[in-house]
Design a protein around this ligand. Structure first.
Ligand SMILES: [Zn+2]
Length: 394
C-alpha cells in the first residue's frame, strides 16, 4: 500500500537558495524536453518518447557540469517522466476531441515561478532520516543539502520517494512510502450505497442523505474574488501586486487544506458505513459546463465568482474519489465506478427519459418531479448492481 506524507520543511537561507536553483534547473530541463517534442512534431511529424529523452541525459549532464550535471540523474528522469505524463494526457484529449471538434491546447512551457516540485527516488540523490526522539526529521537532497523537516505524525512504511515542493514562500517534503501489510478489513455492514457528486451539493446518496458543500468554500470564494480584483487593479511589477499575489497563494493553500480535510472526513464516514460504494466515473468538464449554465446573465462580478466556484470545486471531485478509493482499499471495501451516461436524466424507477427544467429537478413523464441528485444516486446504485441502493427497499 502506498502512502504520502506532506511535511513542512525549514531550509536555511543558503539551502533555500540552492533549492530555488534546483527547481530552476529542472524547469529548464522540462522546457527543453518540451521544446524538443514540439520541434520534432512541427518539422518531421515525429513523436519523441520518454526513452529517447532519457537516453540523452548523460550527454546533457556531461556538457553542463556546473548546471544540469550537478543534479541527481534519477530525479532528472522523474522530471522527464512528468512531461511524458502531460503528453500522454494531451494525446488522450486529442483523441477524445476528434469526435466533438473541440480544440485541445498543446502542452505549454512552464514559467520558472510555476515549476514547484522535484521528485527524488529515495536512496538515490535523496535520503530520509526519521526524527531521533524529537519532532525534527531530516531530508537530504543532492545539490541542496540536509534540510530540517517537521514530522507532526508518524511516517509508516518503507520510504520510496521524496519530493521537494515549494508553495508560495513555504517548503514541503512529501514522503512517499510503501507498506507490505495487507489491508485491515473493517467488519462488513451489509450496506451498499450509490453516491452522486454534484455542483449545488457536495454529494447525495441513494438513501437520500445530503452532504452540502462546506461553508468555508463560500467564505474563501469571497475572499479570493476580492483579492483577484485587487490584483487586477495593482500596477504590474509593483510591491502591492507582489503582496496581493502572495496573499492569493496563501488563500488558495488554505482552501486546498480545508478541502482535503473535508474530503478525508466525508470519505471516512462512507467507508465506515458501507461495504460497497458506487460512484460515477467523473466527467469534470461536463459538470463544470452545467455549473456555468446555472448562472443566468452574469454581471462581471458574478462571472468572476462563478469562475472561482468552479476552480474551487473542480479539483475537489477527483481528489475526493482518489481519497475514497484509498480509504476503501485499506479497509477492504469496494468502490465501483459506473459509466456516467444518462444517470441524471433517466427516471430511476421506470427508466423513462426525463426533462430537466432546473438544475436540481428532473421530471419523469410518469412519476413527475424528482430530486435530480437523488435520482442520479439511485441510478448509480442500480447501474453498479446494488439494487436501488435504498435502505428502505430491504
Ligand atoms: Zn418514472
Amino acid at each position: 500500500m502506498k502512502r504520502a506524507y506532506k511535511l513542512r520543511a525549514y531550509p536555511t537561507r543558503p539551502q533555500e537558495g540552492r533549492a530555488v536553483r534546483l527547481l530552476a534547473d529542472h524547469c529548464d530541463l522540462y522546457n527543453a524536453a518540451l521544446q524538443e517534442r514540439r520541434e520534432a512534431w512541427r518539422l518531421r511529424h515525429r513523436s519523441v518518447s520518454y526513452g529517447d529523452q532519457s537516453a540523452q541525459l548523460k550527454e546533457i549532464r556531461a556538457a553542463d557540469p556546473d548546471g544540469q550535471g550537478r543534479h541527481s540523474f534519477t530525479a532528472q528522469q522523474q522530471t522527464l517522466r512528468r512531461l511524458n505524463t502531460v503528453f500522454t494526457a494531451y494525446l488522450r484529449r486529442v483523441r477524445a476531441a476528434k469526435g466533438n471538434g473541440r480544440r485541445v491546447g498543446y502542452p505549454r512551457f512552464k514559467p520558472g515561478q510555476r515549476f514547484d516540485q522535484v521528485l527524488f527516488v529515495a536512496g538515490d540523490g535523496a535520503r530520509w532520516e526519521p526524527p531521533d526522539g524529537g519532532r525534527w526529521a531530516h531530508a537530504t537532497f543532492q545539490a541542496v543539502g540536509r534540510v530540517k523537516v517537521s514530522q507532526h505524525r508518524p511516517v509508516l512504511g518503507r520510504v520510496k520517494a521524496l519530493q521537494l515542493k515549494r508553495e508560495g514562500r513555504r517548503w514541503y517534503v512529501i514522503v512517499v512510502t510503501e507498506t507490505e501489510t495487507e489491508a485491515v478489513p473493517l467488519p462488513t455492514t451489509g450496506r451498499s450505497i450509490g453516491v452522486d457528486v454534484g455542483v449545488a451539493r457536495f454529494l447525495t446518496t441513494s438513501d437520500g442523505e445530503i452532504i452540502a458543500n462546506p461553508w468555508f468554500l463560500d467564505a474563501a470564494r469571497d475572499r479570493l474574488a476580492d483579492l483577484q480584483r485587487r490584483k487586477a487593479r495593482a500596477r504590474p511589477g509593483s510591491g502591492d501586486r507582489k503582496r496581493v499575489r502572495r496573499a492569493l497563494a496563501k488563500e488558495w493553500r488554505t482552501v486546498r487544506n480545508q478541502r482535503r480535510d473535508f474530503h478525508h472526513k466525508t470519505a471516512r464516514g462512507l467507508v465506515d458505513t458501507y461495504d460497497t460504494i458506487a460512484l460515477e466515473q467523473l466527467r469534470v468538464a461536463a459538470m463544470t459546463a452545467t455549473a456555468a449554465g446555472t448562472v443566468e446573465a452574469p454581471g462581471r462580478n458574478v462571472a468572476a465568482k462563478a469562475g472561482l466556484n468552479r476552480s474551487i470545486l473542480d479539483a475537489g471531485w477527483t481528489q475526493f474519489t482518489s481519497i475514497l478509493a484509498a480509504k476503501a482499499e485499506s479497509a477492504g471495501r469496494r468502490v465501483v465506478l459506473v459509466s456516467p451516461a444518462f444517470t441524471s436524466i433517466d427516471c430511476h424507477t421506470c427508466g423513462a427519459s426525463c426533462s430537466r427544467p432546473r438544475q436540481d429537478t428532473v421530471v419523469c413523464p410518469i412519476h413527475g418531479e424528482l430530486d435530480a441528485d437523488l435520482n442520479g444516486a439511485r441510478n448509480i446504485a442500480t447501474r453498479a448492481g446494488l439494487g436501488s441502493g435504498q435502505a428502505s427497499a430491504a
